[in-house]
Design a protein around this ligand. Sequence first.
Ligand code: NAD
Length: 489
Amino acid sequence: MVSPIPPAVAAHVPTGVLVDGQWRPAHSGRTFPVADPATTEVLFEVADGDEQDARDALDAADRAFAEYRTTAPRVRSDLLRAVFDTLVAHTDDIARIVTAEGGKPLAESRAEVLYAAEYVRWYSEQAVRLDGLARRAPAGTHHQLVLRRPVGPAYLITPWNFPIAMIARKVAPALAAGCTAVVKPAQLTPLTTNYVAEIIRAELEARGLPTGAINVVPSSSARTVSGPLLSDPRLRKLSFTGSTEVGRALLKQAADNVLRTSMELGGNAPFLVFADADIDAAVTGAVAAKMRNAGQTCVAANRFLVAEQVAEEFTAKLTAAFAQLVVGHGADAGVTVGPLIEQAAVEHVGELVGEAVDGGATVRIGGDPVDRPGYFYAPTVLGGVAPDARVVTEEIFGPVAPVVSFGDEAQAVALANASPFGLVAYAYTRDVSRALRLAESIDAGMVGINRGMVSDATAPFGGVKQSGLGREGGEAGIEEYLESVYVAL
Ligand code: NAD
């Protein structure tokens, strides 16, 4: 198979570390391979950053911060607007890199690029709308001003499943607020980050702004890079997207330095279907909520909780919809489901399905890895799953839809809330009062009513419970990069 990245695009993918406006090899000279999960073929060797590269990157971010923090909001806004225009103009090129290293179908990769670009556009607009406060103290003794200023150099760690969206959600508000950044992309998908970082670097340089405002340290050892950064008092902010397990460990490390932290962590989204729902619409929403990126999203519907009156109808129709999905290389025409990210993921999904079946679940479709090169698992529907099966209680991160039936609304809510996670919940019902009750009673940072997709650059994205701390997107997203300074006069 030819590389899914066209040569004209591949020629512009930086493979180094980016420090102070320069792409260069890692300090150690070492590299690590980045492979296509649909074929296992190596696409690129990328510089393997270490402690020294991390320190160099923070030195650059700290130096750049002294100047960048003083730039006019309009200058930062124009910078981001230009980056937005370039991202949109290069949608197809970037989508090919996203598909090559992450596996998702090209149509999804294009959608991810445009979704990511919206964060950049939104924060270009927010950069000039940062409000403080001015008022007379209630006792009349003085005036109170609240000024906003950037928190400082920020360390941004991203996962592999949305290699452009996750970085856009962090870098855009950071740069809009006047912060500088050190980025550590996921080891499995550093190519998209490097390509996008070069677009930002070039815009900074073209405008005479400090190019050290964005630095990137790809690495095969996240711990090696993170240790020296998190303990350095010049770092003032950590924003992490990834698993709850790693987020918890990072919070402990960040505590020693009393860092501002944002944590976008794992999910276990319930997808509720009530007897009064439009079942066909619920099935369409279910396919969208479950199958994007082959089920490897933090907002993937993980547990289908369906009223017992309609459980068989819903399961049969979902099975029919899954039968229409086309599994293959994401760059091939017509493919709707790509590979999982690595072999361990195929094995993990297989284990969860096997245990569910042992516990009495029925495989309605799928239930096996796909026999072809790469890391593929067949779209799978499981009926009659026990609510305490691991496939229900754990984040699956694969194309498997377990269906659990419920009796009444109270039981549905209890099942939905029986999880330490609380990122997003989906509910299908025609009863508006019930919809509002659910929005108030389900433990989740986001609730989609009669919709299989909720995320939007202009709205706050984030979780409750062990799904995280803080929000990305909307007005809230930039607050994570700002301090409030109270002035009494
Ligand atoms: P992961 O936690 O394994 O890795 C995420 C990032 O952290 C990667 O860059 C990795 O290199 C780095 N990392 C790993 N160990 C580290 C350590 N000890 N110190 C510092 N950095 C470390 O997660 P993943 O497998 O890349 O992504 C999947 C997870 O991310 C899922 O749990 C998913 O739900 C979650 N996720 C959450 C959101 C959200 O917005 N809430 C979005 C996407 C993904």
